[in-house]
Design a protein around this ligand. Structure first.
Ligand code: NAD
Ligand code: GLY
Length: 374
């Protein structure tokens, strides 16, 4: 696979009348007008972006839209997780209403998961719901947050606790834009790529063991394959269980631990979401091995691969004062709590994740204490 043409792929998220395509390949920002012309209801769009991404790609997107005679306004917000809050949502909604967007206007999210989640939520509530397009610019957003329609913001009580299911009408994953992403952000996104191998695709995991370094360093063919395989896995799960009444919860492998670690780190730069997910997935495998559900070898294999590519496998020392009890208290806030019980994603091996509520407090405390002592 060498030519740019060969790197391009289109996948479909099959959700009846809410079905949409995920376009994956190089150069898609420059083709946005041509791709979106047959999809949008009105030749009017409003782009939301952040102040890292906008200087890099907003003019190019405007040109691409302009070449197809699509009108575009924009609002550029501060980069970072703290933008995903009520204050910025209010600003976005008021700006859109002042600009007199119409029911047929399309919002475009140009950025990572923060801009994608916020734009999607604004699209869900403005004028009781308008269309939006995702142009994800981080690896994490390309393989996870831009697909599947989970939108929302954080509240003082926790992450993503206010939001809505609102599917985009298209996703344009331009693998070229990942070139400007920092090494650390790319690596954090790679943890979510690994998740798809670990939950249900052993062959993909083997491919990642061989090709992980190439993917992380931005090799176009490896990146395209990793993004396509991840999006195909997510599209299939979302098509089966859009509202997370069952199978979709498997996508949360490692996330219950990760969210607790992120909360304890204060959503600071100490721990990126993908880094927390890597640590959480190691904990899920360690717990599964301890419970005799999966082999010690599989747990070691996951840890070794993460260590080899440079992902963290234990909580960082900067949040070393953390206690198992504090983490358990954060875990009790999880959205997956039902009748007071947490649902965990555990594994019978690599590629064999399943859901269970059958985890004792003692086992949890022991896993958390061991991880904190590392
Ligand atoms: P992010 O949006 O904060 O982006 C990370 C950083 O990279 C930011 O500083 C951003 O400005 C910068 N950036 C983005 N694209 C760039 C590019 N091409 N070049 C240079 N810099 C670039 O973070 P993220 O990791 O993309 O997303 C994390 C968010 O996604 C969290 O809020 C998380 O809750 C959410 N999320 C949502 C879902 C979902 O299903 N909706 C799934 C996973 C994560
Ligand atoms: N990121 C988990 C999901 O979309 O369900």
């Amino acid at each position: 696979m060498t030519s740019e043409q060969e790197l391009g792929r289109t996948l479909t998220v099959s959700l009846g009348e809410r079905s949409y395509d995920i376009f994956i390949g190089p150069g898609l920002v420059d083709q946005a007008g041509a791709i979106l012309t047959p999809i949008i209801k009105q030749k009017r769009t409003f782009v939301l972006s952040d102040d890292n991404v906008a200087p890099l790609y907003l003019e190019r997107l405007f040109k691409a839209l302009g070449d197809s005679k699509i009108e575009a306004d924009s609002l550029v917000l501060p980069a970072g997780e703290s933008t995903k809050d009520f204050t910025h949502l209010e600003r976005v909604v008021k700006t859109l209403l002042s600009a007199k967007v119409e029911r047929a206007t399309t919002l475009i999210a140009l950025g990572g998961g923060v801009i994608g989640d916020l734009t999607g939520f604004a699209a869900a509530i403005v004028l009781r719901g308008i269309d939006f397009v995702q142009i994800p610019t981080t690896l994490l957003a390309q393989v996870d947050s831009s697909v599947g329609g989970k939108t929302g913001i954080n509240t003082p009580q926790g992450k993503n606790l206010a939001g809505s299911f609102h599917q985009p009408i298209a996703v344009l994953a331009d693998i070229d834009v990942l070139r400007t992403l920092s090494d650390r952000e790319r690596l954090a996104g790679y943890a979510e790529v690994c998740k798809y191998g670990l939950i249900g695709d052993k062959d993909f995991w083997h491919w990642l063991e061989e090709n992980g370094e190439k993917t992380i360093s931005g090799d176009p063919a490896a990146t395209a394959h990793a993004v396509e395989t991840s999006c195909a896995a997510k599209a299939s799960i979302v098509a089966e269980d859009e509202r997370e009444s069952g199978k979709r919860a498997l996508l949360n492998l490692g996330h219950t631990f990760a969210h607790a670690l992120e909360a304890e780190a204060g959503y600071s730069g100490i721990l990126l979401h993908g880094e927390a997910v890597a640590i959480g997935m190691v904990m899920a495998f360690t717990l599964s091995a301890r419970l005799g559900l999966c082999s010690e070898d599989d747990a070691k294999r996951v840890r070794s691969h993460f260590e080899a590519v440079g992902l963290p496998v234990a909580p960082p020392r900067q949040i070393g004062a953390m206690k198992a009890d504090t983490l358990l208290a954060h875990m009790a806030q999880d959205k997956k709590v039902q009748d007071g019980d947490l649902t965990f994603v555990l594994v019978r091996g690599i590629g064999e994740a399943f859901l269970t509520q059958d985890v004792s407090r003692e086992d949890l405390v022991s896993i958390l204490e061991a991880a904190l002592a590392t």
